[in-house]
Design a protein around this ligand. Sequence first.
Ligand SMILES: [Zn+2]
Ligand SMILES: [Zn+2]
Length: 322
Amino acid sequence: MTTDVLPSPDLDATPPVEGESPSGFTGPRSGLPPYEKILTATFAIAPFVALGLLIAADQPFPWFAVVLTLVLIVIFGHAITIGFHRGFTHRSFVPVRWLKNTLAILGTLAFQGAVIGWVADHRRHHRFSDRPGDPHSPYWKGDEELHGVGGLWHAHVGWTISVDPTSREKYTPDLLADRDLVWIDRLFVPLAVLTFAIPFGLGYLWNGWAGAWTCFLCAGFVRIGITLNGTWAVNSVCHWFGKRPFATRDRSTNYAPLALVTMGEAWHNNHHAFPRSARHGLLPRQIDTSARIIRWMERWGWVSDVQWPDPALVEARRAEAS
Ligand SMILES: [Zn+2]
Ligand SMILES: [Zn+2]
């Protein structure tokens, strides 16, 4: 294995070496192209504009659009937490082929970027967590140290337009070797169109053009805004507020109020302590719907080699920290 290739799925166990380039590219850093910054900023703001339009429309409560929004949040959100994060980034389990492709397509419909780039950024986050080079730490922007609200803003949303691109060759050689995932990665633009077309079409069936536009705004833009902010809150809030039952080499935290809406990802200190674990809610009474679904999928034979942590090891790591 060459040093150019990320050596282990257990990223937190392999700290960066002196002089290692966080992005994986050598030479001077280049930022995102301007068109990508404009598009990203537009889609970050659009859900709030859509919500304003829906309220201003003064229509009867659009129950169909709201239910559709919730259903899509649950489906696409779990595709991110189970598929993009636990499955593809950390290899917490091995899915059968149809499930792998389904998770990749549904996760792409969440509109958080194409699958391979998503995984590359997140693996980089684990490798350089809360150090210079972390793409979205509240404490660092490149080599610049951050403080207070400015740091939280950067970790939440600011990084999406200021981060330097991450090398897919360094961070995701396993995904680049998977022809299915490379194809789905290339299909980002048509899938991005589809994620708006689905609510528009279903809305039309529900209530004609008025229903189509209502669902387009609510189950399209507002829904995307909710899932995006849920994921971003793990990057910002869960490296800032909350408890640290495990000693990790970053500043990750568990933040219980976000557990349900993030589908178990807010047990983020647990996750940094046991990055490969299929379950993030490791301690009693820690709700983790993603882990529950992975357990069901294991029973149905859809996933194998699931990484369930040894309770004795969890207890030992916890005792170490107290
Ligand atoms: Zn992770
Ligand atoms: Zn983290």
